[in-house]
Write a protein that binds this ligand. Structure first.
Ligand code: NAD
Length: 453
């Protein structure tokens, strides 16, 4: 079936109104959960072939996320889908005002390669929970996971409701010509602009989940041991191929040596060596080469070992890093961790504020005013104080970027809002109407209108 025909079939099905009932949505969400549970082994094997990623890490960073999202909606869907009563203003009394959360219709979800399951299934869950039909286009780069997704979805759901399409740039370009009711894109800022432009031609709303350079600040008031442990985990998980991974560290000059020593210690403790089942490889030769080009041998403080045949790059500390270094010119998206030093946190924040808004930002500090400064001054999609990455795991928080790191957000109720239209409906009584708004207008009516409005 060609893409245009597929969309038409989905639209016809959507217009039958079947996807709108809460019962239908819950039944399909439960079905999706069962399918994933039955195919967990297949999903683990596929991701191992693409990344060499362990089952534990896959469960932790991919599968558990999707289960949590499904469980959230199974529990809360009745409440979320209920028309929301809001108060009615004086000129409309007697009357009732409601917000009806209606599904947008047919959704296109385009995924990135780094968390191939979570980044496609999690928005899919939210789109299904909101009552939409969906076409999902996972990234073509991790081939095995793309095929696994295609298999489990297309063999278990009707094309007219949810369908996975395989493909890369060419296929996505074709899909982007169609008039969807929403496009949900996860990927780079560069491709985000292409998607936004294509969507604008049909006035299709978009959510763009993009990237950027996410800083982590470690101040002289930090617990250095905790900071090092959490940064090493968050940075080298998935070999740094995480959109919200700390991109670089800004450490207070007075504690840099102690932090560097601790970072080394935890890299060794966590066994991030070539062939280790705890450490993921770089996704492909193209990214391996891109990352090795960013390495300046004279700046390698620790690590720096690479093995092209395995696409392996050891966790690498780059120190002393500067903004003029190649590694500071782009989002790293790999296991290279530049360490810069600062003496004045205010000045450092000012410097960051002049750059593109990052997807995430983190600070390690025990100092109240530094925490406040971080919360209130910097602009970023989301982040943590005294941790990294973990904000993504709280479904009560919105997840998304700002500026060049993205637009819109999802997870939990924010995912529901992302794929729904809040339709405003005012219901008026047919009695008790002062005739003030109707002509002919008189002095007396005008006086009353001024009092009322
Ligand atoms: P990418 O932008 O290269 O690709 C994303 C998707 O777009 C893929 O499905 C791909 O097939 C498609 N695509 C690529 N080029 C295209 C083109 N010219 N026209 C149309 N479609 C095209 O991104 P990626 O390399 O898969 O992922 C890495 C980027 O994604 C990083 O910048 C990372 O920060 C970001 N990311 C963001 C999030 C988030 O939630 N904000 C999550 C993961 C990754």
């Amino acid at each position: 079936m060609n893409y245009s025909r597929l969309l038409q079939v989905q639209r016809e099905f959507f217009l039958t109104q079947q996807t709108k009932t809460v019962e239908y949505r819950k039944e399909k969400l439960l079905k999706l959960k069962t399918i994933i549970q039955q195919n967990e082994k297949l999903l683990y094997e596929a991701i191992y072939k693409d990344f060499g990623k362990s089952e534990t890490e896959t469960y932790l960073t991919e599968i558990a996320f999707v289960y949590n999202e499904i469980d959230y909606f199974l529990k809360n869907l009745h409440r979320l889908s209920r028309p929301e009563k809001v108060s009615t203003n004086l000129p409309n009394l007697p009357g009732k005002s409601r917000i009806i959360y209606e599904p947008l219709g047919c959704i296109l979800i385009i995924g990135a390669w780094n968390y191939p399951y979570q980044l496609t299934l999690s928005p899919l869950v939210a789109a299904m929970a909101s009552g939409n039909c969906c076409i999902v286009k996972p990234s073509e780069i991790p081939q095995h996971t793309m095929l696994a997704l295609e298999k489990i979805i297309n063999e278990n759901f009707a094309d007219r409701y949810v369908h996975v399409i395989r493909g890369g740039v060419e296929e996505t370009t074709e899909l982007l010509k169609l008039r969807f009711d929403k496009i949900f894109f996860t990927g780079s800022t560069r491709v985000g602009k292409i998607v936004y432009e294509a969507a604008a031609r049909n006035l299709v709303p978009v959510t763009l989940e993009l990237g950027g350079k996410s800083p982590v600040f470690v101040t002289q008031h930090a617990d250095i041991d905790v900071a090092a442990r959490r940064i090493v985990w968050g940075k080298f998980l998935n070999a740094g191929q995480t959109c919200i991974a700390p991109d670089y560290i800004y450490v207070h000059e007075s504690i840099r040596s102690r932090l560097l020593e601790k970072l080394k210690l935890y890299i060794e403790k966590f066994c991030y060596t070539a062939g280790s089942s705890h450490y993921v490889r770089i996704i492909n030769a193209k990214n391996f080469e891109r990352l090795t080009r960013l390495l300046q041998p004279e700046k390698i403080y620790y690590g720096g070992t690479v093995a092209a045949e395995k696409n392996y790059i050891a966790p690498t500390l780059i120190y002393p890093a500067e903004w003029s270094d190649p590694v500071m010119q782009e989002e790293i998206f790999g296991p290279l961790l530049p360490v810069l030093t600062y003496t004045d946190l205010y000045e450092t924040f000012d410097e960051i504020l002049e750059r593109e808004k990052p997807l995430s930002a983190y600070i390690f500090t025990g100092n109240k005013s530094e925490k406040e400064l971080f919360r209130n001054t910097l602009s970023f999609g989301g982040g943590c104080i005294n941790d990294v990455l973990m904000h993504i795991s709280n479904g009560n928080l919105p997840f998304g970027g700002v500026g060049f790191s993205g637009t819109g957000n999802y997870h939990g109720k924010f995912g529901f809002e992302c794929f729904s239209h809040p339709k405003a409906v005012l219901e008026r009584a047919t009695w008790g109407e002062p005739m003030l708004k109707y002509p002919p207008y008189t002095e007396n009516k005008f006086r009353w209108l001024k009092k009322l409005l």
